[in-house]
Design a protein around this ligand. Sequence first.
Ligand code: BES
Ligand code: MN
Ligand code: ZN
Length: 497
Amino acid sequence: MTDLPLEITLGVADADALGRAVGRVALLLPAEGALGAAAAGIDAATGGAVARVRAGSAWAKAKAGEGVEVPAPAGLQAEVLHLVKLPAEPTLAEARKAGATIARGLGAAGAEVVMDAGQRPADVATGLWLRAYSFDRYKTPPEGEAGGEAGGKGPVTLRLEGDATGAQAALDRARAVAGGVTFTRNLVNEPANVLTTTDFARRLSDLRELGVTVQVIEEEELARLGMRALLGVGQGSASPSKVVVMEWKGAMGAPLALVGKGVCFDTGGISLKPAEGMEAMTMDMGGAGTVAGVMRTLALRKAKAHVVGLVGLVENMPDGMAQRPGDVVRSMKGDTIEVINTDAEGRLVLADVLWYAQDRFAPAAMIDLATLTGAVIVALGHENAGIFANDDALATQLLAAAGAEGEGAWRLPLSPAYDAMLKSHVADMRNSVGRPAGSITAAQFLKRFVKDATPWVHIDIAGVATATGDHPYAASKGATGWGVMTLDRLVAHQFER
Ligand code: BES
Ligand code: MN
Ligand code: ZN
């Protein structure tokens, strides 16, 4: 189930193969100018269809990465001839969009794609993989049709013209990235009755096959370590709380630590959420899902970096054992927390995992990801994740990586005045403050569990972990895998030798 939605291979632009292709034939063409040999061959075979489309108004209106379809083209065996506009030297975003455009119409017969080697075939492949994804393991297929994972889409051959040096290596790299994004999406889309804390830990343990060291820390040991803030969140659930530590040691030296919120379901606890929309809280493990996807990508591409991924896996449920509003818990760090609102549970989980990550690994830098606050959706909608940092250099590097990958991210402030709002009358701090600056006060809470000497970024992905409407690469609803590409790029540029 971690497999990619379709197989993509490279080939040469062979006119015979294109003439015989029964699925779709896609030509990636600049807006105007001379056709390459294979495209010219198809133009000739179809009696000039390519030239006519390129002279028409639909083509003129199409933006880079968008296309025009010619159904049942005379002279070819193909069901559709798809002309997709793509400059000779496209941007990464344009190339991915072209891939997504091809993926949209793709069926089981697959596609032959003709393009120049300079048109970023690996990024076209990424667009294909990300857009072809769908989560339909629970949808019974119509009579006579193969089921979602078994049937579906592809294969796709990217037939390259020009100098294809390095194209295979770039495609393999893109496959590793798409593999991580797919892993994250599958985890985030999985319902909470299937993806329990135990099932999640088992799926992470499977990363051992790729050379990742995986350790699952159970409740007894978490209690011995003093992680009472994390344990308090899970104590009303039948699923045992766990911390999973994944280590990819592709280099020596202090690691980058990635920390993820893994609330497998968030009812709010005794501070119960309203019924409407509560089903969405099956994605409240999105931070942990992204951390897992990054670890998978790093292992798949054998990154020369030392990265540890730590996730706190709990379920926030209300029962007779559940934590109450007003309870006071002692964190692993030693600070006490008044639990004003049991629905502000993510910060309680992260407090202990952040502290444990620093205590055990003394990381060179630390980045946490969490579907932490509804307030970040009020502030930034579904376009940007909220970024908070105690280190300008790391924040700038992260924002640059996100910008390059087209994953929205926007920095929000931290400052002592917000921290002062966390004051409690009975404990060292309280976990919930009220509506003003809700995402910032949550980040200030986390900051109390980060050593000043640890460069740290907190990413609130509540708005971006799942898509609500149209999304350039993801299927229109469900998990996006936000952050896997950004963090993989950050590792490659800043933490790899
Ligand atoms: N998991 C939620 C945040 C969330 C909301 C994620 C919407 C995705 C979509 C988090 O645990 C939560 O409940 N936060 C509260 C905090 C409040 C009680 C201080 C919130 O945002 O309302
Ligand atoms: Mn909550
Ligand atoms: Zn939550």
